[in-house]
Design a protein around this ligand. Sequence first.
Ligand code: UTP
Length: 235
Amino acid sequence: MTGVQVVALGGSLLRPEVMERHAWLEGMAAVVAEHVAGDGRLGLVIGGGQPAREAISLAQPLIDDVARLDELGIAATRLNAAVVQQILAGAGIDVAAAIPIDIEHAAELLEQHAVVVMGGTVPGHTTDAVAIRLAVAVGAGSCIIATNVSHVHSADPATDPDAVARERMTLSELQEIVGPPEHVAAGPTAVIDPIGVQVAIDAGLPLRVLDGRRLQQLAACIAGEAFEGTAVEVG
Ligand code: UTP
């Protein structure tokens, strides 16, 4: 598939305390419309954000099973995906009506529509890993991870004052930062899901990490132009 890009949109981008989300949604739809107008295709994988946190914390004291809690997170990602899908459809964009629940169906729909929006698939990882798998399946040149930090840092800036923002790094360096490919709990993980990083390593797929609140940077990255963020190359 030519001109295809896959973007993971972190659920935090839809959370009211993180940003003015209505203006962001409108701007995001404009970025998608621009890419599609240039004959591009786009797979969008949406994170669970606030509804995922709420559902997981509601059930957590009563459920001692990560996979069951993951199912609640997945339901939330699909709810958020439906919101984004409806907004894009309302803006007149050729977006698949279905929210696919597996990679194969998503790849198939992307042959028929300019845009496909999905959430999670199965327990055991996050939507970062889903987006990376979709990027591999449709032959995208990289996978864009749009989150709420501007760069991957050399360490966690919240706990390490010496952490520096990196503009480039290798997948192996990223793996050292995020840790081994394990899924131990439902809910937030490292800056990028370590399971997704392992999928990228196995497939030799570069990653592009940026702050999704900065729509100009997202548009530039989707267009394959220079962007502010971290380019994670194979190696
Ligand atoms: P997210 O992809 O939103 O992950 O999925 P996250 O890291 O918790 O949140 P953000 O968006 O980066 O802030 C929410 C939860 O849903 C489950 C996991 O429990 C995940 O933490 N999930 C999601 C799955 O089990 N499988 C999937 O394919 C997707």
